[in-house]
Write a protein that binds this ligand. Structure first.
Ligand code: M6R
Length: 605
């Protein structure tokens, strides 16, 4: 949440900064701000609104110089407004700070600083950093930042500039920051996706580190000790991957990319055996694992629920699933024989990262299923599986979910193999073929228009139920979450049989109920659940197996999906649910890639 971008080099900074925060806007879009340095003066422009709405108010002439910092905000302390927009300035206007994170002791610090005569001009926690740095400044900005940060509690990724220094200071504790290393120019960004158009060479800052960047060089320091040698990594992403490529929204582009992204998840990992290289996690340990605990947030947690089913089924290992935000605080019972699996698209979710630390503290081995290479979670786990889905920019997660499912299948099959369990050959072959199956679904105009018709009919309804059973109950949750996030319609997912225990009270002719009702699993039971809804006049929309004629009689609307092994059905069922949410949101005129109140990666608690 919140995007930070900084530039220090020989080019004019303003357009580079504008483009940087435009690319980071998925992290927050309440307000925008830039500070640049020129001729010993700091120039600032900041405004409430989205980059596209207010870009014209950030005139290049008003923001001169070749060094600057920029910010796109997701508000925590203080409402979205011009005065709360970053950068925040010191009293003398010479220090400018942009920040991502939460300063927990900001009220105490603010009181102290006010007693010393500092005057504040915003309601944010961030502003204390600017004043604190000012209070320590004695001619050396790096030194002042270091001293200030020693008194700060909480999380931060910051970028700082001072009117009298041709340098940019960046520091990190709990909020991601990456340095882009160009030729005689350097970048600071919350996320590597915003620097890839300039350079593929990056340095990931770790917690407790700060960087001093000048137009000629950069140095990384430990907050407490001296200079640190940092590895320079090379990004595998390409600039085309972060463009919309003609699609109206990133979400649609990412839905359509699923055949390719799934291919990337599976490539080289599945032929007659499953091959996973989990470098830091010995095979002998995995062969004897006593229990698996999966933890994640949001969509990734839904993937984890599917993971429980398939790991228990194929590998025969007791598997539990917990929200990372609960896991981290509930003192989980863990032993050295437990494997904790964390799932995260961004690899930066604060609760999931804290869960990794908690699991490690308790002696468990931690395996990550992560999309963003080099992210905090990816670097903190003992070993892991990158899903290689490519950058996911739309706030509503789509291709990451299917990549996570594919990775969980690989893990389940791999564990089965290590434990000499019968590995299901047909399932493995079908998983291999899933990208092709989804490619055909997405190219099928009858399939797409069936979904569009349902969206047209139901987009004004205020409430929805999503019902599924077994391995498809998490898919029901995921379908409901997609609809809520981007269309602002109230939707709930339930295990279909639970409906009778309360939710059925809400069924009437105004309630669309989406059943995930593939053949196999508890098909007959689902048919009974459909009857129960129909007899109360609910509108039934069924996701059903291709060729299922019975379902066409039972449901008001049917979306047919390909006939695959029952356990693999989540991979095909989620596709129409993603599309349905998309088309409904589009018909309602919603900001699909930037839904209100949401941010792509939740890097604060
Ligand atoms: O990056 P992560 O997978 O850790 O993110 C977890 C959730 O914040 C994320 O899945 C969220 O629920 C998405 N907006 C869902 O579409």
């Amino acid at each position: 949440m919140c995007g930070i971008f900084g530039y220090c080099g020989r080019r004019v900074a303003q357009p580079i900064l504008m483009e940087g925060i435009r690319r980071l806007e998925y992290r927050g879009y309440d307000s925008v701000g830039i500070a640049t340095l020129s001729g010993g003066r700091v120039f600032v422009a900041k405004k409430k609104g989205k980059v596209s709405e207010i870009a014209h108010q950030f005139a290049p002439a008003a923001l001169p110089g070749t060094l600057g910092i920029a910010h796109t905000r997701w508000s925590t302390h203080g409402i979205p407004s011009d005065r709360n927009a970053h950068p925040h300035l010191s009293c003398d206007g010479k220090i400018a700070v942009v920040h991502n994170g939460i300063i927990e002791n900001f009220s105490g610090l603010r009181e102290l600083l006010e007693e010393k005569g500092h005057r504040f001009s915003s309601d944010t926690d961030t502003e204390v950093i600017a004043h604190l740095i000012e209070s320590f400044y004695q001619g050396n900005i790096l030194d002042a930042v270091r001293k200030a940060l020693k008194g700060v509690e909480g999380t931060y990724g910051i970028a700082v500039l001072h009117a009298h220094h041709e340098e940019l200071i960046a520091a990190r504790n709990g909020s991601p920051l990456v340095l882009g290393i160009g030729t005689e120019e350097f970048f600071v960004s919350s996320d590597a996706s915003a620097v890839v158009e300039h350079t593929k060479k990056v340095v990931y800052l770790d917690d407790g580190e700060l960087a001093q960047i000048t137009p000629r060089s950069y140095h990384v320091f430990d907050l407490k000790k001296g200079v640190k040698e940092k590895e320079v990594s090379t990004l595998a992403w390409d600039v085309q991957e972060i463009e919309k490529k003609g699609y109206k929204h990133f979400m649609m582009k990412e839905i359509m990319e699923q055949p390719e992204s799934l291919q990337n998840t599976l490539r080289g990992r599945l032929d007659k055996d499953v091959r996973l290289s989990l470098s830091g996690i010995p095979r002998e340990f995995l062969a004897r694992v006593q229990r698996i605990m999966i933890t994640a947030c949001g969509t990734s947690w839904h993937a984890g629920l599917v993971g429980k089913h398939i790991i228990e089924k194929y590998a025969g290992i007791v598997t539990e699933v917990d929200y990372a935000s609960e896991f981290r605080y509930r003192d989980p019972l863990l032993t050295a024989r437990d494997l904790v699996v964390v799932i995260s698209q961004s690899g930066e979710t604060a609760d999931t990262l804290a869960a990794v630390k908690e699991a490690k503290r308790k002696g468990a081995t931690v395996l990550g299923i992560v999309n963003v290479v080099g992210s905090s979670i990816a670097r903190d786990v003992h070993g892991g599986i990158y899903i290689h889905a490519g950058p996911e920019i739309g706030v509503a997660s789509t291709k990451a979910f299917t990549g996570q499912l594919a990775a969980l299948f690989l893990l389940a099959f791999y564990l089965a193999q290590l434990r000499s369990k019968p590995v299901p050959r047909p399932g493995m072959r079908q998983l291999q073929n899933i990208p092709e199956v989804i490619r055909k679904m997405l190219a099928d105009t009858a399939f797409i228009s069936a979904i569009q018709k349902i969206a047209e009919k139901f987009h004004a309804y205020p409430n929805y139920y999503y019902l599924g059973r077994g391995v498809n109950f998490p898919v029901a949750l995921e379908g409901a979450l997609k609809l809520k996030e981007i269309s602002y319609i109230h939707a709930e997912g339930y295990p279909a049989a639970e409906m009778k225990h309360g939710p059925i009270a809400l069924i009437d002719e105004n309630m669309p109920v989406i059943f995930i009702a593939n053949r196999g699993g508890a098909y007959e039971k689902i048919i009974s659940n459909i009857e129960e809804v129909r007899s109360r006049k609910g509108k039934v929309i069924a996701i059903a197996t291709a060729g299922d004629k019975l379902m066409s009689q039972k449901a008001d609307f049917v979306i047919h999906v390909p006939d695959v092994e029952y356990e693999l059905t989540p991979l095909v069922n989620v596709i129409p649910l993603q599309l349905l949410a998309y088309y409904i949101a589009d018909l309602r005129g919603c900001a699909i890639d930037q839904p209100r109140n949401l941010a792509k990666s939740v890097t604060v608690e």
